[in-house]
Write a protein that binds this ligand. Structure first.
Ligand SMILES: [Zn+2]
Length: 281
C-alpha cells in the first residue's frame, strides 16, 4: 500500500502532468469507487468544465483542487493514475476516466477496487470525513516534538499500532513504521507510555528522517516514474528491515526477524530493538 512518501511522489508527478488542464467529461465505469456524491452521474456532471488548479495531499489522500470543488482521492492498495491520449485503448481495470479539453485523459486504474473518490465544495472538504479527523502531518512544520509527544506519551497501547493510527499521525504505514522503530532502536510492542524522553526524541527524528529520505528518493526519480503510456508507478526504496526477514541487520549482522504485531507483518532486529521487556509497564 502506498504510504506518505509514495503518495507525495504521485502528487508531485500529477502536478507536472495535469495541473492547469480543464475537464471536459468524466466517465465512471465502476460506481463504487465514487462515494460522494452517491450518484456517479452527478459526480461527472459537477466535474465538467472544472480546471485543476492544484493538487495537495493530506496524509495518504490526494486533494485535486478544482475551481469549485475538491476531489479527495485515496489509492488504497493498488490505485494508479495515468495520463493517456484520448485515442489510446482503455486498459483493463480502468474505473474512472477524466477527459480533458486538450484530448488527453487522466485514467484511474485499480485492480483491487479499494480506492475511493469524494467530491466536496471547498468549504466542506476538510470538515467532513474522510479528512476531518486526521492527525498530525509529519512533514509539516506543525509536527513539532512537543506535538508528537502530546499524542504519544500517555497512551498505554503498543507503539506500533499507535503510529499506524491515522487519527494521531497521518501517512505512516506498515513499512515506514518498521523502518522508523528500527532506526530509533525501539521494540514495536513497547507501550507508548514506557518510552523515555530520549527514546521519544529518537523516534520523532527517525520518523521525520525516514519519510524525508523516501520523499527525496521518490522525487529524484520522478521522471522514471512515468512510463511510456504516462502511467505513474511506485518507486522501490531500499529498506533496512522491511521485507528483509532472515537477512543480516545493517547495524549488527543479526538476522532480521518477521512476526505479527496487531495483525500486521512486522520486521525487527532482535538485537538492536531488544528493549521490549526492559521498560514495558
Ligand atoms: Zn541489529
Amino acid at each position: 500500500m502506498p504510504e506518505l512518501p509514495e503518495v507525495e511522489t504521485v502528487r508531485r508527478t500529477l502536478i507536472e502532468l495535469v495541473c492547469g488542464k480543464t475537464i471536459q467529461a468524466v466517465e465512471v465505469k465502476l460506481p463504487r469507487i465514487v462515494r460522494t456524491p452517491e450518484d456517479p452521474q452527478l459526480f461527472a456532471a459537477l466535474l465538467a468544465d472544472q480546471t485543476i488548479r492544484d493538487i495537495g495531499r493530506r496524509g495518504k489522500f490526494l486533494t485535486f483542487v478544482l475551481d469549485d470543488y475538491i476531489l479527495v482521492s485515496h489509492l488504497r492498495m493498488e490505485g494508479r493514475y495515468g495520463l493517456y491520449q484520448a485515442a489510446d485503448p482503455v486498459e483493463k481495470h480502468t474505473h474512472v476516466i477524466f477527459s480533458f479539453t486538450d484530448h488527453t485523459e487522466l485514467r484511474y486504474k485499480d485492480v483491487r477496487q479499494f480506492g475511493t473518490m469524494d467530491l466536496f465544495s471547498h468549504e466542506e472538504a476538510f470538515t467532513k470525513p474522510p479528512l476531518n479527523k486526521l492527525g498530525l502531518e509529519p512533514l509539516e512544520e506543525s509536527f513539532t516534538f512537543e506535538a508528537f509527544k502530546k499524542v504519544i506519551h500517555q497512551r498505554t497501547t503498543m507503539i506500533k499500532p499507535l503510529l499506524l493510527n491515522q487519527a494521531y499521525i497521518v501517512g505512516i504505514g506498515n513499512i515506514y513504521v518498521d523502518e522508523s522503530l528500527f532506526q530509533a532502536g525501539i521494540h514495536p510492542e513497547r507501550s507508548a507510555n514506557s518510552l523515555t524522553t530520549n527514546e521519544l526524541h529518537r523516534l520523532y527524528d527517525a520518523i521525520k528522517q525516514t519519510l524525508q529520505e523516501a520523499v527525496a528518493a521518490g522525487g529524484s526519480s520522478i521522471k522514471s516514474f512515468v512510463n511510456g503510456q504516462g502511467e505513474i508507478g511506485m518507486f522501490q526504496h531500499q529498506f533496512k528491515v522491511y521485507g528483509r526477514a532472515q537477512q543480516p541487520c545493517t547495524n549488527c549482522g543479526q538476522p532480521i526477524e518477521r512476526y505479527v504485531v496487531g495483525g500486521r507483518g512486522t520486521h525487527i532486529c532482535p538485537k538492536c530493538q531488544s528493549n521490549k521487556s526492559k521498560l514495558k509497564k
